[in-house]
Design a protein around this ligand. Structure first.
Ligand code: BGC
Length: 268
């Protein structure tokens, strides 16, 4: 019998109680991984995901924690160590938006987005790499010593009026990812990112929640449909698996063509 792609592997997914992270939790579990479902203030949602995974014969635990707090981050990895003996994959996925027109944006809003979306990603990745080194490589689990997968955004390249904090954070994630990948590849740590486009999740309900908004959104998506969390989960499972063992320092855009400058399809 062929093994599922992530058999014997352990993944910590931050921001896994809703949206893309919840989709990843289900996808990684279906691919054979044991899953730490991190949440921040959503214990019921996280527990429901854990139960769902268990019902399908998978392994998962919920873990509360704020990714922008070093002590919380260490705690998440401790929970993984206790429950599953360690972590092979970090999916640094937790993210927020605090949208405001540029001159209206408060320092709090600026800081909140940067703290979670960039500093949180940094803290989790740093802790993951330290733990990978301590664990050592285990060919029974993966060819790599460890994998870090960031959830970036099309807005790591597409400027976004009214969202300067978020776009700045995601642009930062791109260079964090690439600098880490360059530094850590010799240790067989693979660092990559996924750049989702518009995915049907609570973070962007305003963009798809009404027929008018959805019609507007479709002008930005050549492929003609909104993305689903499963679209991102499938890409994440592949990137984290040994099937992608030679993929290092790449951002995989999973966006229905949103980053192809669709407004140039006619004219220019
Ligand atoms: C944002 C969403 C947005 C999408 C496409 C994502 O990174 O979080 O709110 O719909 O990019 O613009």
């Amino acid at each position: 019998m062929t093994q599922p792609p992530l058999a014997n592997q352990r993944v910590l997914i931050t921001g896994a109680s809703s949206g893309i992270g919840a989709g990843m939790a289900a996808g990684f579990a279906a691919a054979g991984a044991a899953v730490v479902v991190n949440h921040f203030g959503q214990p019921d949602a996280a527990e429901a995901i854990v139960r769902q995974i268990a019902d399908q014969g998978g392994r998962a635990v919920a873990a509360a924690g704020d990714v922008s707090k070093p002590a919380d981050v260490a705690g998440l990895f401790d929970i993984a160590a206790e429950a599953f003996g360690g972590v092979d994959i970090l999916a640094a996925n937790a993210g927020i938006q605090k949208d405001a027109a540029f001159t209206e944006m408060s320092l709090e809003e600026w800081r909140a987005a940067l703290e979670v979306d960039l500093t949180g990603a940094f803290l989790c990745a740093q802790e993951a790499v330290r733990r990978f080194r301590r664990q050592g490589i285990d060919p029974g689990r993966s060819k790599a010593l460890g994998k870090v997968l960031f959830t970036s955004s099309v807005h790591q390249v597409i400027p976004w009026a009214g969202h300067a904090n978020y776009a700045a954070a995601k642009g930062g994630v791109k260079m964090l990812m690439e600098s880490m990948a360059q530094e850590l590849a010799p240790e067989k740590i693979r660092v990559n990112a996924i750049a989702p486009g518009a995915i049907r999740t609570p973070i962007n309900r305003a963009a798809w929640g009404t027929p008018a908004a959805k019609q507007d959104l479709m002008r930005l998506i050549p492929y003609g449909r909104i993305g689903e969390p499963e679209d991102i989960a499938a890409a994440a499972v592949w990137l984290a698996s040994d099937a992608a063992d030679y993929v290092v320092g790449t951002t995989l855009f999973v966006d229905g063509g949103m980053s192809l400058y669709p407004s140039f399809a006619h004219g220019g």
